[in-house]
Design a protein around this ligand. Structure first.
Ligand code: PMV
Length: 325
């Protein structure tokens, strides 16, 4: 059996604008998905995920999923999760040049679909574990590339390299088009609030695209997020945490203007700010899901816990290490 883990991530700055070639700065957080794989004697794939949904699930099917699942996967999130695993295994088979079958066990501490990089973490850990199980070790660059291709495939071409690169490499990263690199960042006291839901990434990305077509100033808003990200990078490099917080607030406002916030996200952002957070913003595609606040005070966590829209609150340490073997 071979096991790999990969962290989740939050966006400090730049989601959505990154789709239009602006830079973004996601950072990996110490909440991990762990994937264990064992080669089978046949070419079938069995996927078990204890934590991805409340009840957990297990499905078994032939190579390429052609035999159909053994149990019901009508739950949208479950079938989405199996699509990612299926495609990740296809990438591993391609890398190793073998059509092997696997038993796959997924254990995840990252809420599914909440803008915290759960799919990227599962994909990266699955490709890494499955290739190593076949005696083939990928370097981080190829692993990130294959994980990106997996997300690109499953999300019908609506994926940037940000998530997959970030969870592979760990730390804070800067992504601009194909150019992905790690950057220096101070230790950031992050708190995450999760509303228990998930936005539809494809629809939200398409919504921003439609606004850009309709209004020149929506395009300018996307460009303004790019300018803000560049300021944010400078603040991170200087270790100026107050400025990072101020820019996170600004970034949330611009994302709201682009129509991707939600009442639940706004209420958590305001609860965090009113409790003294240095800054707070939605993270990921929006529409529901998670916010990230910058602060180390207990008051912020308590305020989020008391916010009716908030289902889960946790401190998120920066994960210096990405995929771990
Ligand atoms: O919700 P997430 O964590 O998958 O983030 C989506 C980020 C977008 O910029 C909206 C899309 C993308 O692929 O970069």
């Amino acid at each position: 059996m071979t096991r790999s883990t990969a962290p989740g991530k939050v966006y400090l700055f730049g989601e959505h604008a990154v789709v239009y070639g602006e830079p973004a700065v996601p950072c990996a957080i110490e909440r991990r998905a762990t994937v264990s794989v064992e080669r089978r004697s046949d070419d079938r794939l069995r996927v078990e995920a204890a934590d991805l949904t409340i009840d957990g699930f297990a499905v078994e099917y032939g190579a390429g999923g052609t035999d159909g699942p053994e149990i019901d996967v009508s739950d949208g999130l479950v079938s989405a999760a199996t699509a990612y695993v299926d495609e990740a295994i296809a990438q591993a088979r391609d890398a190793a040049g073998e059509d092997a079958g696997f038993d796959v066990l997924i254990e995840s501490e990252i809420p599914l679909g909440g803008g915290l990089g759960s799919s990227a973490a599962v994909v990266v850990a699955t490709i890494d574990a499955a290739t190593r199980e076949l005696g083939h070790e990928l370097d981080r660059a190829e692993l990130a590339e294959r994980a990106f291709r997996t997300e690109y495939e499953v999300q019908d071409g609506q994926a940037s390299r940000a998530d997959t690169f970030c969870v592979t490499s760990g730390g804070a990263v800067r992504v601009e088009g194909d150019d992905c690199r790690r950057i220096e960042a101070p230790d950031l006291p992050l708190v995450v609030g999760f509303d228990g839901g998930a936005g539809e990434t494809g629809e939200l990305v398409a919504g921003v695209g439609a606004l850009r077509e309709e209004y020149g100033f929506a395009s300018d808003t996307v460009g303004a997020i790019g300018d803000l990200v560049r300021e944010g990078e400078a603040a991170l490099a200087d270790g100026n945490i107050e400025e990072v917080g101020r820019l996170m607030d600004f970034n949330h406002g611009l994302l709201s203007a682009l129509g991707v916030s939600a009442r639940s996200l706004d209420s958590m952002v305001w609860a965090a700010r009113e409790a003294g957070a240095l800054g707070a913003k939605l993270t990921g595609a929006g529409g529901g899901g998670s916010i990230v606040a910058l602060d180390h005070m207990e008051e912020v966590e308590t305020a989020l816990e008391l916010t009716p829209a908030c289902e889960e609150v946790f401190r998120a340490e920066l994960a210096e290490e990405g995929v771990r073997r």
